[in-house]
Design a protein around this ligand. Structure first.
Ligand SMILES: [Zn+2]
Length: 339
């Protein structure tokens, strides 16, 4: 009997030590102390023990039982504290870790270019104004010296809402609105969206942005235009920038010109960026046509003015060396993050 009890105890202690989970430990407990457990079986066999030996055997059985129970309790406490430790470890907050930065928005390259242009022109005393995007045919064409039969008024390019209302194809209507107010002199720029029924490709979009500029005063000359736009180019592209004016034609200015800037990549020597030319075209300009002044109620014998129009995307694409205009409208965070 004694040997059997020792064997049960030894095996039980070994199994307890090898139990790595509370479930396993419980299995061990049931297999020894449960109703059908090994030790229980021994107790049931007590009736076969001679009466005089029973107290002695009973003491040994109880002692064995107590030892196994103690080992079980110890093992249970140990497993519980291990589990708690593991949980604490998993849920640890490392207060020395740097905090996660909140995602910050970025200004769009168009917006950066616009703010730069607004900074330059307000610095020269210009006012920034707004003008309607949904415009009367009169302000978009007729008052700018583009009568109904003029080739510049191509219906293929214009989004008409009805015969008289359209989505402006240029910001130049702002010139007319501003002149009609009659507050002279005028020094203004007008940035905004314009619409043309162009197919989308790397250099075209049905919606893009222009910045219109105009000065009307008593002594405004072409020299003022050149001086102003030269200063603008130097501010925008760097002090060493040179400019060149080429004769051109616009219905609402006379004379008219296109302005080129020396390539800011190669300094004018010619490179891939400027297609070997050394010059890059950036805007159209000219002296406000006397007929345009007259139509807006300004005496062309007393006042003269100059005007210019810049493609905002063109400036942004050049300045930030973006080679596909579509990137400007796709709102891809990976692209926008770079600015
Ligand atoms: Zn170049």
């Amino acid at each position: 009997m004694k040997e059997r009890l020792d064997a049960i105890k030894e095996q039980a202690l070994k199994q307890i030590q090898e139990s790595l989970s509370p479930e396993k430990l419980n299995e061990v407990r049931v297999s020894i102390l449960g109703k059908k457990g090994e030790l229980t079986a021994v107790l049931k066999g007590m009736k076969d023990v001679a009466p005089e030996d029973r107290p002695k055997v009973g003491a040994i059985v109880n002692e064995t039982r107590a030892e196994i129970e103690e080992a079980l309790a110890k093992a249970k406490t140990k497993l519980e504290s291990l589990a708690l430790e593991a949980q604490m470890k998993a849920e640890t907050i490392d207060v020395t870790l740097p905090a996660k930065r909140p995602a910050r928005g970025h200004r769009h390259p168009n917006q950066i270019a616009l703010e730069e242009m607004e900074r330059i022109f307000t610095g020269l005393g210009y006012e920034v104004i707004e003008s309607p995007e949904v415009e009367k045919d009169y302000y978009n064409f007729e008052a700018l010296n583009i009568p109904a039969d003029h080739p510049a008024k191509d219906e293929q390019d214009t989004f008409y809402i009805n015969k008289e209302i359209l989505l402006r194809t240029q910001t130049s209507g702002a010139q007319v609105h501003e002149m009609e107010k009659g507050h002279l002199p005028i020094r203004m720029i007008c940035p905004g969206r314009v619409y043309r029924s162009d197919e989308v490709d790397a250099t075209h979009s049905p919606v893009f942005h222009q910045v219109e500029g105009m000065v009307v005063d008593e002594k405004t000359t072409f020299a003022d235009l050149k001086g102003t736009l030269t200063e603008f180019a130097k501010e925008l592209f760097g002090e060493d920038t040179k400019v060149k004016f080429r004769p051109h034609h616009f219905p609402f200015t006379e004379p008219s010109a296109e302005m080129d800037v020396s390539c800011f990549k190669c300094g004018g020597k010619g490179c891939r960026f400027c297609k070997g030319e050394g010059w890059i075209e950036i805007l159209g300009c000219g002296m406000v046509h006397p007929h345009v002044l007259e139509m807006s109620g300004i005496d062309p014998l007393k006042y003269r003015g100059f005007a210019f129009g810049v493609g905002l995307e063109r400036i942004a694409l050049l300045k930030y060396e973006i080679d596909d205009m579509r990137l400007m409208y796709e709102n891809d965070a990976r692209f926008l993050e770079q600015f």
